[in-house]
Every structure is written in structure tokens, then in C-alpha cells.
Ligand binder design. Sequence first.
Ligand SMILES: Nc1nc2c(ncn2[C@@H]2O[C@H](COP(=O)(O)OP(=O)(O)OP(=O)(O)O)[C@@H](O)[C@H]2O)c(=O)[nH]1
Ligand SMILES: [Mg+2]
Length: 328
Amino acid sequence: MPTNLPPKYYEVEARLKAADTPEEKVALTEELLATVPKHKGTDKLRASIRQKLSKLKNAAERIKKTNRQESAFHIEKEGPARVVIVGAPNVGKSALLSNVTHATPAVSEAPFTTWAPTPGMMPVRDIQLQLIDTPPLSREHVEPELFNLIRTADLLVIMVDIQSRSMQQLDDAIDILKEHRIVATRESDGRMEQRGDFHVPCLVLVNKTDDELWDEEFAVLRELEEDRLPLLAISVETGRNLDRFKESVFERLGLIRVYSKQPHHDVDRSTPFVLRQGDSVEEFAACVHKEFLEHLKTARVWGEGVHDGQPVGRDHVLHDGDIVELHM
Ligand SMILES: Nc1nc2c(ncn2[C@@H]2O[C@H](COP(=O)(O)OP(=O)(O)OP(=O)(O)O)[C@@H](O)[C@H]2O)c(=O)[nH]1
Ligand SMILES: [Mg+2]
């Protein structure tokens, strides 16, 4: 193993170890390769990563073919992040998906309405995040495949119903997840595996807080639970706090949007590149094009902590909304 690999290498390597879908492994191996600086001392390492990558790609393709018409729980990743909604029956998971995306899952007063997960794309700021509604978490019956799906989440939303033993619902959800070695965490530094436990950042949505009558109840719940996990009161029915929900998701995911600009052109506002908090010009360059990563000489940045068009180096840390012009 060559010395002097950038810290990003080890970070991506750790994420790769925690990855469990073939698609993710392929994406992270590509990312890993991009973090290895190109010189004689890293030739062997890069060759071995490339070899691994090609094996992974073949395996991913094979699995894709066999899975294609198989499991309803196998959902392709779309967009920069995946948010999975879980919770007891009847708390309003499907109602939320149907409100904030174009998806049309069945919503009904009867519990156990949803039997297969349903994805939708949720617009947040100017990006779209994948939101997945799932069958209820309950002690009576849960498809084991649901836990595999949950392990692919970048953020877990546990939903409870303020009008129906919300505290018990939250405790049960946390316990059921724990029994499957999934730990809902309040940290937002991405999901990771620790000694066989799968840690996933989590947000608790307290639904059906339709009016002030329920605020007191929510205050009690928050008092008791907020040390454990962040909570937000919403009402899908009245639309209360749904915008705050979207913002919280964006923040909890630790994402930033960065816009590219070509020299002598206006900034391209149509599609931001989505990176993670703490990422630098180097990671941005890797997203834009491999060529940039290798040959980048300097970059100019408009945004937080710089004066307009300030020249910066590869390790300049970017912020949400920054505009970057890369120079080779
Ligand atoms: N009062 C009130 N009712 C709501 C709210 N959100 C959803 N509901 C109602 O709650 C019931 C259950 O909603 P669903 O979205 O089907 O619940 P679910 O969590 O998907 O249920 P399962 O699929 O059985 O797990 C429906 O009758 C909804 O209309 C809300 O904010 N306030
Ligand atoms: Mg449902």
C-alpha cells in the first residue's frame, strides 16, 4: 500500500466497506480510484482497484439481470440520496409520499395498506431526492427484505402518529430496527457499519399534528426524546411543516450543491453538482470530469468565505451554493 494517500481515500474505502448493493459498490470503487493520485508509486494500487472494479461491474450486471422481475423490495437508486420512510401501520407514510412526490401510493384508514415499497422523487431546493414509502414496521409481520432496503438509506425517516401512542410507536420502531442491527442515529455524517451494526442518520416525523391541540402532546414527546433523535412535528393533511421537513432532510443528509461555470460564460444554474459537506474543489473536479481531477491547475470560486472569483487550491472546502470555475 503506497503511503501518502489522501484522507478522502480512507473515507471512501470505509464507505465502500459499508456498501451493500452492487451498484453502490461500483460507484464507490470508481470514487475510490479517483482519489488515488497518479504517479509511479500508485501504479499497482490503481491497477488492482481497476481490476476489482471490472469484476464488480460484471457481478452487478449479472445480479441486475436475475433481479429484474424478482423482488418488489429491490428499487434502483435515483438522484444523489435515498430517504426511506418507516413506521407503524397507519401513521401516514403513504400520505406523505403522495403529498411531496408525484408517486400515487394507496392511502387508507385501514392499517397494513401498503405491502410493497414505493419510490418517488422529492424536489428539495433545486435538486430531487429519492423518497421511499414502505410497508409498516410491526411486531406481527415484516418482510425480512424490508431491512435490506432500509440498509440502503442515506437517511431514515421514522414516522409516528401523535394521535395514537406516538411514544410507544417510536420505541417499537427503534427496537425492531435494533433487532436487525440497524441503529437510528442523530449524527449526520453518513451511514456506516460499526462492529456489525448499521448506523443510519435518522429524523423522526411526528405526523397528524394537525392543529395547536396536539402541540402540547408534541412538546412532551420532544422533551423526552430529543436527546435521542431529532424530531419534527408535521401534518400531511394540513401541510403543516412539510417545507421544513424537506429542508431538514437536506440538512440531515449533509449535502451541498455546487454550480459549475466555464471561463467567460455565465454560471450553469440548471443542474447543480451534489456533494457532501466538507468536500473540496478536488471532489468537485472529480464529479465534473476525470480530466479535471488529473490536470486541475487552479479554480476560482464565488460564494461563502471568498471574494468573487477568488483563486483557490484543490483543498479549498466548498459550501452550499458555491460557484466554481475549473482551470486545467
Ligand atoms: N388527521 C390526519 N390524518 C392523516 C394525516 N396524514 C395521514 N392521515 C390519514 O391517516 C390514514 C393512514 O394514512 P396512510 O398514508 O395510508 O398510512 P400508512 O402509514 O401508509 O399506513 P400503512 O400503509 O398501513 O403502513 C389515512 O386515513 C390518512 O388520510 C394527518 O396529517 N392528519
Ligand atoms: Mg402505507
